[in-house]
Design a protein around this ligand. Structure first.
Ligand SMILES: [Zn+2]
Length: 280
């Protein structure tokens, strides 16, 4: 799908099972189970998607999924099913290889988003996209390299320290127009310095929700994850962004929704809801 000078594509990298209670925080199970049915272990199906943005002599990847490093134990715990052995095979559908990616924009550095930033080659941890600059918010970098006890399990240094060592890390301080037509919006409710690319078209735009609104079921303002570091900040951020998204006819890109990769929204009595599912 085209937005301004850029063509945007969803790349489904994996599906996995996650605790439903943790995914919906304070929302009672009787409500969230109608949206996302749970298995006998209270787990729900989630997907992991990256966004490929092509145009203006750039090939930009937003988030990198779990990558190739997860152990057998990790795969078993999350029932992780990856869609391909290597990102090269997913990119080949678009006539690209990992070496063609010019920029990687990281929403944030939690392992299900940043696992694919690095890989093991010849026994060494190296950037998985050898010619790319990796863009991370400064606040997120500082959180990731010095996590609190609560965040400790979500960040894995092997996903991002090699980027610093290889000199490919670009820290961004706050919102910015990163490239012409690609605005970066920053939120702090899920984790400090989560960034969301907004690819602007003539009459609409594509917004990368990341973990601010991980699935379409998280559109109602109080429906948010138990993992969110600052829930009240996140609530305010959703209250501010969702009316703008509706007014400016944004298409929302859902990184974790089990079925919907992208959709437009409409205002219901109280909250925003899915209006039209968009194939991307
Ligand atoms: Zn996250």
């Amino acid at each position: 799908m085209k937005f301004g000078a850029y063509e945007c594509f969803s790349i489904e990298t994996a599906e996995f099972l996650m605790d439903g209670g943790a995914t919906f925080g304070i929302v009672p199970k009787t409500l969230w189970e109608k949206e996302c049915p749970a298995d006998d272990f209270n787990r729900i199906l989630l997907k992991s998607r990256s966004l490929l943005i092509k145009g203006e002599r750039k090939a930009i990847l937003v988030d990198t999924g779990f990558g190739s490093k997860p152990s057998m134990k990790f795969k078993k715990n999350y029932q992780l099913k990856q869609m391909f052995d290597h990102m090269d095979s997913a990119l080949s559908e678009f006539g690209l290889t990992c070496g063609d990616i010019t920029d990687v924009i990281m929403s944030h550095l939690h392992f299900d988003h940043a696992g694919g930033c690095t890989e093991i080659r010849n026994g060494k941890l190296v950037p998985a996209f050898p010619n790319a600059s990796y863009h991370v918010q400064k606040d997120q970098w500082e959180t990731a390299i010095n996590p609190s006890a609560r965040d400790l399990a979500s960040f894995r240094k092997e996903d991002f320290i090699p980027l610093l060592e290889a000199g490919v890390l670009r820290l961004i301080d706050g919102p910015v127009e990163l490239f012409e037509g690609i605005e970066i919006i920053v939120t702090h409710g899920h984790t400090a310095g989560q960034q969301h690319p907004l690819v602007r078209g003539e009459n609409n735009a594509l917004f990368f929700c990341g973990d601010l609104i991980p699935t379409a079921a998280h559109l109602p303002v109080p429906w948010h994850m138990g993992f969110d570091g600052r829930p009240l900040v996140l609530v305010k951020e959703k209250e501010k962004l969702l009316p703008r998204a509706w007014k400016e006819r944004w298409i929302l890109f859902f990184e974790h929704d089990p079925r919907i990769a992208a959709a437009s929204i409409r205002r219901d009595e109280k909250y925003m809801r899915i209006d039209r599912i968009v194939s991307i």
